[in-house]
Design a binder for this molecule. Structure first.
Ligand SMILES: O=C(O)CCC(=O)C(=O)O
Ligand SMILES: [Fe+2]
Length: 356
């Protein structure tokens, strides 16, 4: 244990942020990906531009238009497992406040951020670098802070107290995303032909983890990544990005850049919705590229059922066939990542195997 903590601390001192600030001309070897996993930046090979769906959420509140918005959501979920939302109701000042607080946090001296370092995925607040679950895998060009956010009154005292505005500004954003998640999960349940409140009880008491990510400018963005390909474990992730960098894998296994649209938020389907829909919708595989010129921030608000609550396929969507998925809870996911040496691209695939 002591060894692990020592190497964790050593690596954190050489986090991407520290390396960028010290003007490192190259990325250290441990960040260098094998050629087949590199992002092919600047070439059209393997990365395509496609128009991704943009949903005007204000129309969900128009009784005559709701069903057509729900249909658009159904198409977006089937084709991409992702859509962007505009007119989502979160004021620009709340979004700017959260980004400002995160900028100030990541600019703190490394010793101060280190006070929050933990390798324990059950910790309610964790600062970390790319290194997180294992000590010997490839590292990624990212610093992050993760905290439990719901119910806020239970967790917020544990959040960083520096910068002093952090709790208030990020807290406002976390509350706003909780409200937005409720609207989205209702529309998604409807889009599957389920009752609007199919998951209401479970999501009202659900958990929310806020992953605040910082990807500093990188001297060699073509040979590394900010985050490796993965799907998120929860029901939905609501993602705020300060600039472009996110890519998703389409059904032909090509990478698609998700454009930056000012004021918009990105909605990604997670593994819990894939299970609930019995595979009608798939969780989206995504990764993050970095760039030479500027720092990118993102807030990934990962919503899920309560820690112990198992998600299983909706009986209406199983019909007479056997369910395609076994059930799992957020706790099962946490146990998996703390007991395995590296993170699976899709946690849900380990589940299918263990249940078949
Ligand atoms: O930074 C991003 O755009 C994505 C972050 C992400 O995938 C995550 O935190 O799970
Ligand atoms: Fe993610």
């Amino acid at each position: 244990m002591e060894e692990t903590m020592k190497s964790l601390l050593d690596d954190s001192f050489e986090s991407a942020m520290t390396l960028t600030n010290s003007g490192a001309p190259q990325v250290p070897d441990r960040y260098v990906l094998p050629p087949s996993q590199r992002p092919a930046l600047g070439s059209s090979l393997g990365t395509i531009e496609t128009t991704l769906p943009i949903i005007d959420l204000s129309l969900l509140h128009e009784p005559l238009l709701r069903s057509s918005v729900v249909r658009d959501i159904n198409m977006a979920c089937k084709e991409f497992g992702l859509f962007q939302v505009i007119n989502h109701g979160i004021p620009p000042s709340v979004i700017e406040g959260a980004l400002d607080a995160a900028t100030q946090f990541f600019d703190l001296p490394v010793e101060e951020k280190m006070l929050l370092v933990s390798a324990d995925v059950h910790q309610p607040v964790r600062y970390g670098t790319s290194l997180n679950h294992s000590t010997d895998r490839v590292h990624y060009w990212r610093d992050f802070i993760k905290h439990y956010s719901y119910p806020l009154s239970k967790w917020i005292d544990m959040w960083p107290s520096n910068p002093p505005c952090y709790k208030e500004k990020v807290g406002k954003y976390a509350e706003a995303t909780h409200v937005l998640h409720k609207q989205l999960i209702e529309a998604i349940s409807e889009s599957l032909g389920l009752e609007k409140n199919y998951l209401q009880e479970q999501t009202e008491e659900g958990s929310q983890v806020m992953a605040v990510n910082c990807y500093p400018a990188c001297p060699e963005p073509e040979i590394t990544l900010g985050m490796p390909p993965h799907s998120d474990f929860g029901s939905l992730t609501i993602l705020l990005q300060s600039s472009q960098g996110l890519q998703i894998m389409d059904s032909s296994k090509d990478w698609i850049r998700v454009p930056y649209i000012e004021g918009s938020l990105i909605v990604q389907l997670g593994d819990q919705v894939e299970v609930m829909s019995n595979g009608i919708y798939k969780s989206v595989i995504h990764r993050v590229t970095v760039n030479k010129d500027y720092k990118r921030l993102s807030f990934a608000s990962l919503h899920s059922l309560p820690l112990h609550k198992k998600i299983s396929p909706a009986p209406e969507l199983v019909g007479n066939n056997a369910p395609a998925y076994g059930e799992f809870s957020f706790n099962d996911f946490l146990d998996y990542i703390s007991n395995n040496d590296c993170v699976q691209q899709r946690f849900i695939d380990t589940l299918k195997k263990s249940n078949s």
